[in-house]
Structures are given as C-alpha cells and as structure tokens.
Design a protein around this ligand. Structure first.
Ligand SMILES: Nc1ncnc2c1ncn2[C@@H]1O[C@H](COP(=O)(O)OP(=O)(O)OP(=O)(O)O)[C@@H](O)[C@H]1O
Length: 331
C-alpha cells in the first residue's frame, strides 16, 4: 500500500498542494487528473522523493520514503518516475540505454529481456540506433523501457504519451497498461488525456488548485461527475438549467449532461438552433443555442444543418442521477 499525505507544500512561499491524503493499493492503477498547473507533477515529484515535504509523509508499506533531504541520490529503489523530460544517455544505443539498468542477476536473460522491452515499446528496429538520432516520441518510448527494465514496484508516470503520435500511442498505451497490470506494478499516472485514464485506471483523483476534490472509482466518476470541472476533464459537457430541460420543473439548479446523453425528439424538450456541426469520425458534435442563449453541445449520427431547429431530451434516469449527486455534494 502506498500512503501519501501532504498537508501542505509550496515552492518558495506560494502554496501549491494542500490537505492531500490518499492511498494506492498494491497493483492498483490510479490516475491523477487536473487542469494544467493544478499540481499533478509536483505531487508525483514529492511521492518519488525529488521534492522535500515538510508537512507530510510518503509510505510504501511500512517503509517511509524520506525524500531529498535524506537521500544522496533522489528516489527510492522500489519506485520509478517517468518524467516529462526523459533522462536518457544520448550517445549510446537504444538497447544499451535499456540494458544499462538490468539487474546483474539477469546476465543470462539480458538479451531476451531487452528484446521483450523493445517489443513492448515497438522499437526493436531501432535497437542499435543512438538515442540522439531519435525523435521526441521515440525517446519517450525508450525512457519508458529503461524505467521498466528496473522492475519497479511502483511506477509514477507523468503524461507518459505526451510526445507520442496517435498512430503509436493507441497500441503503446494498451500494451503498456496491460503489461503493468500483468506484472502487478502499482501505478500512479498524471494525465490530461481521458483515453489514458478511462479504460485503464481503476481509480481517479481530481486535483484542482492543489487540492484533491474527488477520489473515486473511475467509471463512477465519469458517470456521476460531482462538478463541472471534473466532468470537463473527461471531455465536452453541458451545464443545463433544469427549467430549460423540463419547462414544468420547479428545480432551480442546473445539471451536467454529456453531449451523447441527449436524444432527439420531434417537437418537445429543449429547443435549440444549430450553430455548428463538427465531424468527429464516429459521430457529429453539434453546437446549438437555446432560446435563452445557453450554448448546448449534443451528438448526432448525421450532420446537422446550420440554422435548423432541434428538440433535445435527456432520460429521466440520467436527470435523477445527476440531481442526486448535486444533493450529496450540497450536504
Ligand atoms: N520549480 C518550481 N518553482 C516554482 N513554481 C513551480 C515550480 N514547478 C511548478 N511550479 C508551479 O506549481 C504549480 C503546479 O505545477 P505542476 O507542474 O505541478 O502542475 P501540473 O498539474 O503538473 O501542470 P501540467 O499539467 O501543465 O504539467 C504551477 O503554478 C507551477 O507554475
């Protein structure tokens, strides 16, 4: 079990993180989401021991991670951190970079292990290439293999696919996260990208201005987002006044509705005028305007004509679920 407690942390005299307390079970994959500047990288650096935290502690089981004021070389042997800037040796080859940290006990299986890791990051054909000749995305993949070669018990990933193009990202992400699960490695991933989080992280923490505002099972969090900020980290979302959705409603507040949750109706419901229709591959994302000027994003199978009038409905089930969360949040 990884136990993270950061009562307060700041750079110089500016407080960046406040009242953070969470645990990650052995083998669990937890995502850290939050807008840019919310403190995700800072938190990972504290957990890894690159930054000293005066008010707080990090434990892996019964072992305390003591941080940079106690360790001559920052970091703990059981934990690895893949930073946004990769710590590679530019003048040696890809396989040498990956092999550098293989255990001396693995001499016999050394080549096999390098092969397995290069296969995982889809870089076998670059084994002999010097790292300085690689693109940013390729370097990020080598950095990943180098970290995995060290067989960490805990892996901290900071935007792990930030430099990797979509073409490689999709398979790499799937292969990596399945590999980490198979190896029972505990993972904490900071990411902006819902595709890194939704299919792979069992739990997600939401950081806002240095505080954890939600800590929940990822699917629950997506389906029942506690607030607009959390929902918008997962993609486009609407905040629709209840009165606009159901004219007979006496409820004064708004609810969150994802664009795919709207259903079309012939003549009743939320009336919008189509302003734009964006092709998204599997569907169209439309931007419409309600009579009171509220902008509404909704999905459709077909392209919608600019200026057309559309009626949208949301299922009572979804409305009730969203209203319940609001009540919980308010108490
Ligand atoms: N070395 C530093 N010295 C002073 N302030 C810093 C330092 N590093 C980060 N900060 C500040 O701390 C805050 C949190 O930064 P951090 O990098 O942890 O956020 P983040 O959520 O990881 O952002 P991003 O998603 O853009 O990487 C920001 O306001 C940033 O400007």
């Amino acid at each position: 079990m990884l136990k993270v407690q950061v009562d307060s942390f700041g750079y110089q005299d500016k407080t960046i993180l406040k009242d953070i307390s969470f645990q990650v079970a052995h083998g669990e994959h937890v995502a850290l989401m939050g807008e840019s500047g919310s403190g995700k990288s800072t938190l990972l650096k504290i957990v890894y021991g690159l930054l000293h935290v005066e008010d707080g502690s990090i434990f892996w089981g019964n072992t305390e991670a003591l941080g940079p004021n106690f360790n001559l070389v920052p970091g703990e042997p059981y934990m690895k951190y893949l930073a946004q800037d990769f710590d590679l040796m530019p003048f040696i080859s890809v396989e040498e970079n990956v092999g550098q940290f293989l255990s001396v006990f693995e001499r016999e299986t050394h080549d096999e292990r390098i092969d397995e890791l290069l296969d995982l990051i889809e870089m076998k054909s670059f084994a002999k290439t010097k790292v300085k000749y690689l693109s940013g995305g390729q370097q990020q993949r080598v950095a990943l293999a180098r970290v995995l070669a060290q067989e960490p018990e805990i892996l901290l990933l900071d935007e792990p696919f930030g430099h990797i193009d979509n073409f490689k990202r999709i398979s790499l992400r799937r292969n990596l996260f399945l590999y980490l699960k198979k190896q029972d490695i505990t993972v904490l991933t900071a990411s902006h990208d819902p595709s890194d989080v939704l299919p792979f992280a069992e739990r997600t923490l939401i950081l806002q201005q240095g505080r954890v505002i939600a800590d929940k099972n990822t699917q629950d969090l997506y389906k029942n987002p506690p607030d607009y900020y959390t929902a918008s980290l997962f993609g486009q979302v609407n905040q629709i006044p209840m009165k606009l959705l159901k004219s007979y409603s006496e409820i004064e507040r708004s609810i969150l509705v994802y664009p795919h949750e709207f259903k079309f109706s012939d003549s009743s419901g939320l009336k919008v005028e189509v302003m734009n229709s964006f092709f998204k591959g599997t569907h169209y994302l439309n931007e419409g305007m309600a009579e009171d000027g509220t902008v509404v994003f909704f999905n459709s199978e077909k392209e919608q004509e600019k200026g057309a009038t559309i009626f949208l409905n949301v299922s009572l089930n979804t409305i009730n679920k969203r209203l319940q969360i609001g009540q919980k949040a308010a108490t």
